[in-house]
Design a protein around this ligand. Structure first.
Ligand SMILES: [Zn+2]
Length: 216
């Protein structure tokens, strides 16, 4: 039986607005299409399969017609392609926010912002032979986020800043909606894509975008 058929049978998915609801143990639970981490499907114990699935991929398959109507809210190919290039240029492999990540074998440290917890610095070193920068910061009164960035080579502060900027941009659009890649310049009134801002680098374009300024 295909995953999609099992999902339809067990979870009775329903689509409304930008939200998909799964029925779990008689109760409807909302799922966000913007949720990028995988989920574990238990199928209420009805099937032995317990598959990890990316929510967005699964929902694209479940609701292909609705997806076409709302996809501009969830993705922008041009931005994604550009950010992939930037990640590649910084030799960034991936970013983890899991507290289960193994600790880095610290070789050196960089000063960081004052809200860092743990060592209070950016710890740089190896995890299972791969270069990584690891740090934690308080994200709630009683909670913290452990961030681990994996790189293809020994990282520099510039590589860390680039990786953090990429994540900031992705988080912004995931939170506010990817249709926001288009904006109106407060100065000249033109409506344009943020990557059309007439400046030389992504950090400069991103700063101007946040001021709704096209570089005119
Ligand atoms: Zn302008």
């Amino acid at each position: 039986m295909k995953l999609i058929d099992m999902v339809n049978e067990v979870y009775n998915p329903r689509f409304e607005g930008y939200t998909v609801y799964f029925t779990v143990k008689g109760k409807e639970k909302p799922l966000s299409w913007a949720w990028t981490s995988p989920i574990r499907l238990t199928f209420d114990g009805k099937y032995p399969e317990r598959e990890w699935a990316s929510i967005s991929e699964m929902l694209k398959n479940l609701f292909p017609e609705q997806w076409l109507k709302v996809k501009h809210h969830f993705e922008d190919e041009r931005t994604q392609q550009k950010l992939d290039e930037v990640k590649h240029s910084a030799d960034l492999v991936r970013i983890s926010h899991s507290k289960d990540e193994p600790p880095v074998d610290v070789q050196f440290q960089w000063e960081g912002p004052i809200n860092l917890t743990g060592s209070g610095k950016y710890d740089v070193g190896l995890i299972n032979g791969t270069w990584a920068v690891q740090y934690s910061y308080r994200c709630a009164i009683d909670d913290y986020d452990l961030v681990t960035l994996y790189f293809d080579r020994k990282p520099t502060p510039g590589m860390l800043r680039t990786a953090q900027l990429v994540e900031e941009i992705e988080t912004f659009f995931n939170f506010h909606g990817w249709e926001k890649v288009f904006f109106r310049c407060w100065e000249c009134g033109r409506k344009l894509h943020w990557l059309d801002i007439d400046l030389d680098s992504i950090p400069e374009q991103w700063e101007a975008y946040q001021e709704s300024y096209c570089g005119c």
